[in-house]
Design a protein around this ligand. Structure first.
Ligand SMILES: [Fe+2]
Ligand SMILES: [Fe+2]
Length: 254
């Protein structure tokens, strides 16, 4: 129950959130070295498809009776903060959130307990998305490195660290509030809802606890997302993906 609420709350952020990632990274494509420009193109294609798939997933949740409007409005409010700010701020937010997504994706694929007990269709969507997040996890970061290549290291680190702390606070607060709201719609309220949610996120399976170390590495001066080589998780996925998942991946990539 709490797992469904958390993943549904997370899914609510993707249609608009990933459209924002696409715009933020695409703004730096002109002038990028050819290899990076190609990676940006592949990144924007993958994210645009994620956005669409999660939109369809969210519509099914809405049809099943969940009211997602408050959660969606909160996403809009968060994204509105970047309006009128220089494009590098949106890129920094994207780069930080892409690290967040990549470490969540890593955990999701590395430990089957995170998706255990849920519906097969939802688990398939999350695994497929997680694989693609790992595939492109370095792109927003490389775009950021390129865009800030003339910045002094200290200035670059300061903005990166500030933005990461800001988006992390919002992520934890908003996803917790979103999950509590969806649990409330399922009739679970108050202390019981908090206890279930905190236990699930921090204790068992403990997603937030398990990503804490990888999250901290972001603050190392020489950090790069590919310092953690998790391609073995992609290979493992390819070997276990059901026929439908493989088809989805091929169809989407076409
Ligand atoms: Fe994505
Ligand atoms: Fe992504």
């Amino acid at each position: 129950m709490e797992a469904t609420a958390i993943y549904n709350a997370l899914s609510t952020t993707f249609p608009r959130g990933e459209a924002f990632f696409v715009e933020s990274v695409r703004a730096f494509r002109d002038g990028a070295p050819p290899k990076l420009a190609e990676e940006i193109k592949a990144f924007t294609t993958q994210e645009a498809i994620h956005s669409r798939e999660h939109d369809a997933f969210n519509k099914r949740a809405a049809e099943a009776g969940y009211d997602l409007s408050a959660l969606e409005a909160q996403v809009e409010r968060r994204l509105a903060v970047t309006k009128g700010k220089p494009p590098i701020v949106s890129l920094a937010a994207t780069m930080a959130l892409e690290h967040f997504t990549a470490i969540l994706a890593h955990q999701l694929l590395a430990d089957p307990r995170h998706l255990a007990g849920g519906e097969q269709e939802a688990a398939d969507l999350w695994r497929w998305h997680a694989v693609e997040e790992i595939e492109h996890k370095g792109v927003a970061y490389d775009t950021w490195l390129h865009a800030t290549r003339v910045w002094p290291g200290r200035k670059r680190w300061k903005l990166k660290a500030r933005v990461m702390l800001y988006v992390t606070r919002n992520f934890v607060v908003d996803r917790t509030a979103g999950a509590l709201e969806l649990m409330r719609q399922d009739g679970i309220r108050g202390f019981k809802a908090w206890r279930m949610l905190l236990w699930y996120l921090w204790v068992r399976p403990g997603m937030f606890r398990k990503i804490a170390g990888a999250w901290l590495k972001f603050f190392l001066p020489d950090f790069h997302p590919w310092d953690e080589d998790d391609r073995h998780l992609l290979a493992a996925y390819a070997s276990i993906a059901s026929g439908d998942e493989s088809k989805r991946k091929v169809r989407r990539a076409a």
